[in-house]
Design a protein around this ligand. Structure first.
Ligand code: GLU
Length: 449
């Protein structure tokens, strides 16, 4: 039987990073086994579901590259036709649920009580065979001991989550339920419902939770919890995917930089780590920087330009070769593209913002004779390229009896307005001798020299 898995989010708001990881693990497992990855929107709670939240789920999955497959037509969905790529919406499947509720009633396994419908739950403990947690015995709570039966259709006619979740897994031929550990406590109910329908339950794999760095449970307001944080242009999807792969799954060797195809080739459910994973934004940012280094130039440039545009940096007058050279100076430097625009304006205008603190620290009276001498040397250089410029600084500082920093700092602040930025010698080469010398002269004039 071919593998059928599903991601079954409830569209109630943001897509949590834990939800994205659940989707990813399902997708990887399906790809590994050549099976189907089905998207099922669990939108039966009309009061809490919104169309905007459904769109957020679609956008996030597409951004991550986790395209869902066509659902099996045998899923009995009246809204599905061949070639329908899904996703399924539970709100369109009421007729299927009605039939299944009748089936339970006919079998004497469900009964009406106070306008609601209740399921006759077993009085015995239920063993949940879980591919991650091992065999988990679900004992009844004291309250359940007194009456383990539970509501499957509320008095307002709404079938509850447990019921529709199981009916859909059954109808869609789901072979493996891969979901967050918060659902482990529901699983005894689900197993009994499968049995009541005369079906073998699917295999279960409950993924441990994602915790904050301090060990507390990650809630939707915590740093990095919402997928929107990443999609806002500051992260590459392949870096986020790479990070999520490592968040609760391990490639056994110590490799960190991973491609999704390679992970799909190796991924299996028993390798999911049993302990809770701790979210580490620093590691995600590092991975993002690593993926930025190897991103194809056109893509890297397009992403940078989008960020520069958002940061209000006008690049319209720049020649394409100049622009490409400028953007390349950011590649090694940044882990997140958001860092680029604030410091990029100096490449495109002489009217860039001067950080007053940096200016006070680097462009002072002591710097004046040094800058003056530097200009003279830069003007004499036969070749104005990064290597030649770099080769100038050390001997010159020696000769002048100062540290290299005493020459570097005023140069950087005068040319860029800031203490930080791309590699100095490269940016000098790109700006060109004329601009470099004129900006240094202007700074010198300001020093009263
Ligand atoms: N709608 C449920 C949720 O979002 C799905 C649980 C499951 O995957 O079975 O938590």
């Amino acid at each position: 039987m071919s593998v059928q898995v599903r991601f079954a989010p409830s569209p109630t708001g943001l897509l949590h990073v834990g939800g994205a990881r659940t989707a990813l693990f399902n997708w990887l497992f399906a790809r590994h086994h050549g099976g189907d990855f089905i998207l099922r929107i669990e939108d039966t709670d009309e009061a809490r579901n919104t169309a905007a939240a459904v769109q957020i789920i679609f956008d996030a999955l597409r951004w991550l590259g986790l395209e869902w497959d066509e659902g099996p037509v045998s899923a009995g969905d009246p809204t599905a036709s061949k070639g329908d790529r899904g996703p399924y919406f539970q709100s369109c499947r009421k007729e299927i649920y009605r039939r299944r509720i009748q089936e339970l009633k006919d079998k004497g396994l469900a009964y009406e009580r106070d306008g609601a419908v209740k399921f006759r739950m077993t009085r015995e403990p239920v063993i949940i065979p879980d591919l991650v947690a091992g065999d988990v015995e679900r004992k009844l709570t004291d309250r359940e001991e007194a009456d383990p039966d539970f509501v499957i259709v509320r008095s307002d006619g709404q079938p509850v989550f447990h019921l529709v979740n199981v009916i859909d897994d059954l109808e869609m031929g789901i072979t493996h339920v891969v979901r967050g550990e918060d659902h482990l406590s529901n699983t005894s109910k689900h197993i009994q419902l499968f049995k009541a329908f005369g079906a073998e339950p699917p295999k279960f794999a409950h993924i441990p939770l994602i915790l904050n760095p301090d060990g507390s449970k990650m809630s939707k307001r915590d740093t990095g919890a919402s997928m929107g944080t990443y999609m806002d242009g500051f992260f590459l999807p392949e870096a986020v995917i790479n990070y999520l792969c490592l968040l609760g799954w391990s490639p056994k060797d110590d490799s960190q930089l991973l491609k999704i195809e390679d992970v799909a080739a190796r991924f299996d459910l028993p390798q999911i780590l049993r302990g809770n994973a701790r979210f580490d934004m620093g590691k995600l940012q590092w991975l993002n920087g690593e993926h930025l280094k190897t991103a194809a130039p056109e893509r890297f440039h397009a992403l940078c330009l989008r960020e520069l545009g958002r940061g209000g940096v006008d690049v319209s007058g720049a020649r394409p070769e100049y622009l490409a050279a400028v953007l390349e100076t950011y590649r090694e430097k940044y882990q997140q593209l958001i860092d680029a625009p604030a410091s990029a304006a100096f490449y495109f205008t002489d009217d860039y913002v001067m950080d007053p603190e940096a200016a006070a620290g680097a462009l002072n009276a002591e710097a004046a004779p040094l800058v003056e001498r530097l200009i003279a040397e830069l003007e004499k250089l036969p070749q104005f390229n990064a290597d030649a410029i770099q080769a100038l600084y050390k001997p010159l500082s020696k000769e002048l009896g100062v540290k290299v920093g005493a020459l570097v700092a005023p140069t950087r602040v005068a040319l860029t307005g800031s203490k930080v930025g791309p590699s100095l010698y490269h940016l000098m080469e790109i700006l060109g001798r004329e601009k470099v010398c004129s900006r240094l002269r202007k700074a010198l004039a300001g020093l009263g020299a």
